[in-house]
Design a protein. Structure first.
Lengths: 339, 321
């Protein structure tokens, strides 16, 4: 078996603030293989963006980053700035959450894409413009050649995000990190942008790390799902396993709050009570414990992430993972009988 | 764009009329030119008549103003009685040129230093140089102009005492035509430095704030994510955006500099608009005061217009409809 494209091991990111250390990511380990789509899901504040920015080396300098991030065998945290710049926008690309602010307002869309190309490829301006027009066409922007000379404000939100995607894939990345690419967009546009990401992935064969708080968005897209909470990995497994055989109360809670969930708890729609913990003063034991319907005394110690099924790589962080299916069945039964 | 500029210029006309009218009324009611003559023993009735006739003092103020503005738009600002009845318009233009001799180099230096310092401090926020710049800026902002001017003069006098020689003149204006290139430079340096010291502080603070806002914005992160080299991120993506809010500040500061700096020009005995304005006001020279007011108003209006047009050039989001 070949080494995975991206290997993150025991990643920890801490921000020193006046109120104390914010432990945004705590011991995160995962891999992304060539060409696959990994969805990273969790409520806002779970540390998804921080983890993504750590991989891209885009965190502010005062962030303390520990652990290891290997991309195609290279340790990213050991690269100097020049070495890292060689990867950024080339093999390793990122699309950001808010397309309204992520493009430079005073530079034409075409020039911004051309810049991305010419930063990494020794091509003429004219050749880069041709390529930029092709890219805009690929992401479904009509009249791409004319649109090269438009400024971002002349694009709608959906078109800007398409342009961002075009720019990110301009050098055929091996890994495309998309951080909440549809969150800032209208619901009708969200599906179109997801479709663009799928199309782009087909055209370029890039692996995609799709970061989102919306589990519902990833069902048809992701090969694997990784659920994060409180800066930790709570569950990971292939998409079907997580949707139909989750062994984690937090994942189940996320599913219960999807309107059109396909999961077993879909018959009721309710948000998880409470809100994510402060990352400065984390609760003792399981970080999800205070909000968990199944918490017991055992949950006062922090559970390890452990493998449930070695064949599929399904892993979960819960003391009661083994009892969970029975517990859920017992809860669901009286309600169904009553209904 | 041209249509916009023309419309803007036309829109300034009522503004100028209103502005000059207010100043005219204020000056007209603030002192009586005849009262000054009353203390003059050698002046006879004809002197009084001349002043009354000159300023239409026997007519109501609105009518006086109307007469003044009709002549003014034809370029006739009347005689400046406190300056040997020289033509007020010509006098003001001559003095304005003298003010510009120090205002233009000072302004270019201020812009260059302020942009460089502001950008550097913002990019290296909380570095030692940032703290140093911050400290010096507050010193520059809080110290009054005369402190700098007198300090520079004192240094020159020390040098004169100590070495029998000083590099720069402490008073007066020398020109290339009358005194040669070297003396021209030697007389311009100190007033220029004073203006630079006074304004660089505040300008670099504004530039730093503008740049800080920009470098924490999403599109800067996008540029980094593309692998764009640091310098290019700062200059092409950062500075380009951080200059937009500076345009208005530059326009107003430059207009103010061109309009003459009272303290600096007075201390260095510079024949600019600043001292001229003070003397015109204290001598109740209505024509001269009004000519200066007209010029400084025009400067402010013109530079505001230039700033607005520059906005459109720097920021594609702005359209002139
Ligand atoms: N630059 C920063 N300085 C301090 N704290 C930060 C910074 N960036 C993120 N955080 C904190 O890290 C935590 C995780 O944030 P984030 O990764 O953005 O969450 P998510 O993307 O999952 O919504 C949050 O509590 C956030 O306040
Ligand atoms: Mg986020």
């Amino acid at each position: 078996m070949t080494a995975p494209l991206l290997e993150v091991e025991d990643l920890r990111v801490t921000f020193g603030t006046d109120d104390g250390d914010v432990r945004a990511v705590q011991g995160l380990s995962f891999t992304v293989s060539e060409g696959e789509t990994l969805a990273v899901v969790g409520e806002s504040g779970s540390g998804k963006t921080v983890a993504a920015l750590a991989i891209m080396r885009l965190l502010p300098r005062y962030a303390r980053i520990e652990g290891s991030i290997r991309f195609r065998g290279t340790s990213l945290l050991d690269l100097d700035d020049d070495g890292m710049r060689g990867l950024q926008g080339d093999d390793l690309a990122m699309v950001f959450q808010d397309p309204m602010t992520a493009l430079n307002p005073v530079i034409t869309v075409g020039d911004q894409i051309v810049e991305a190309i010419r930063t990494h490829r020794d091509v003429t301006e004219a050749a880069a413009r041709d390529r930029a027009a092709e890219l805009l066409d690929l992401v479904g922007i009509p009249e791409p050649r004319r649109r090269l000379d438009s400024y971002p404000h002349e694009f709608s939100g959906g078109m800007r995000q398409r342009a961002m995607i075009a720019m990110a894939i301009s050098n055929d990345p091996k890994l495309l990190i998309a951080d909440e690419p549809t969150t800032a967009l209208d619901v009708t546009v969200q599906a179109q942008v997801m479709e663009v990401i799928r199309r782009v992935q087909e055209a370029t064969g890039t692996a995609v790390m799709l970061v989102t708080h919306d589990l519902g968005l990833v069902a048809g897209t992701a090969d694997r799902i990784q659920v994060m909470y409180g800066g930790r990995l709570f569950e990971s497994g292939d998409t079907d396993t997580v949707f139909y055989g989750s062994r984690n109360p937090y994942t189940l809670g996320l599913m219960a709050s999807i309107p059109s969930a396909v999961g077993r708890t879909a018959h009721r729609l309710e948000p998880i009570p409470g809100s994510p913990p402060s990352l400065i003063n984390l609760p003792e034991g399981c970080v999800f414990g205070p909000r968990c319907a199944f918490a017991t005394d055992a949950c006062r110690s922090e559970p390890e992430l452990r493998v449930v099924d070695a064949a599929t790589g399904h892993a979960t962080r819960c003391h009661r993972a083994d009892e969970l299916p029975a517990l859920i069945a017992a809860r669901a039964a009286p309600r169904e009988a009553g209904a | 764009m041209l249509a916009y500029a023309v419309r803007r210029v036309l829109a300034t006309v009522p503004l100028l009329v209103l502005g000059t009218f207010i100043v005219y009324v204020l000056v007209a009611v603030s002192g009586d030119p005849l009262a000054k003559l009353a203390t003059c023993n050698t002046c006879d009735q004809s002197a009084f008549d001349r002043i009354i006739d000159l300023y239409d003092l026997d007519k109501p103020i609105p009518e006086r103003y109307a007469n003044w503005i009709v002549n003014a738009v034809q370029g006739d600002f009347g005689p400046a009685v406190s300056y040997g009845s020289l033509d007020a318009g010509a006098l003001v233009l001559e003095r304005a040129a003298n003010s510009a001799r120090i205002a233009i180099p000072a302004f270019l230096i201020i812009m260059a230093i302020a942009v460089a310092l502001g950008v550097y401090s913002a990019v290296n926020q909380y570095s030692r140089l940032d703290y140093a710049v911050t400290g010096l800026s507050f010193l520059g902002i809080s110290l009054p102009t005369f402190v700098f001017a007198l300090l520079l003069q004192t240094i020159m006098i020390w040098m004169l005492d100590g070495f029998g020689w000083r590099p720069f003149y402490v008073t007066g204006m020398r020109t290339i035509e009358l005194d040669g290139f070297l003396d021209m430079i030697r007389s311009h340096v100190l007033p220029v430095i004073t203006l630079v010291l006074v304004l660089t502080a505040s300008e670099s603070r504004f530039q730093r704030a503008a740049m800080l806002e920009v470098i924490n914005s999403d599109y800067i992160r996008t540029a980094r994510a593309k692998g764009v080299p640091h310098r290019r991120v700062i200059l092409r993506h950062g500075l380009r955006n951080a200059l937009i809010p500076m345009v208005t500040i530059w326009a107003l500061d430059f207009a103010a500099l061109l309009g003459g700096s009272v303290v600096t020009e007075t201390i260095f005995a510079w024949p600019g608009l600043g001292p001229l304005f003070i003397s015109a006001v204290t001598q109740l020279d209505l024509n001269l005061t009004m000519a200066i007011v007209m010029l400084t108003s025009l400067l402010v209006i013109t530079f505001n217009l230039i700033a607005d047009l520059a906005y459109g050039w720097l920021d594609p989001r702005i359209r002139y409809e």
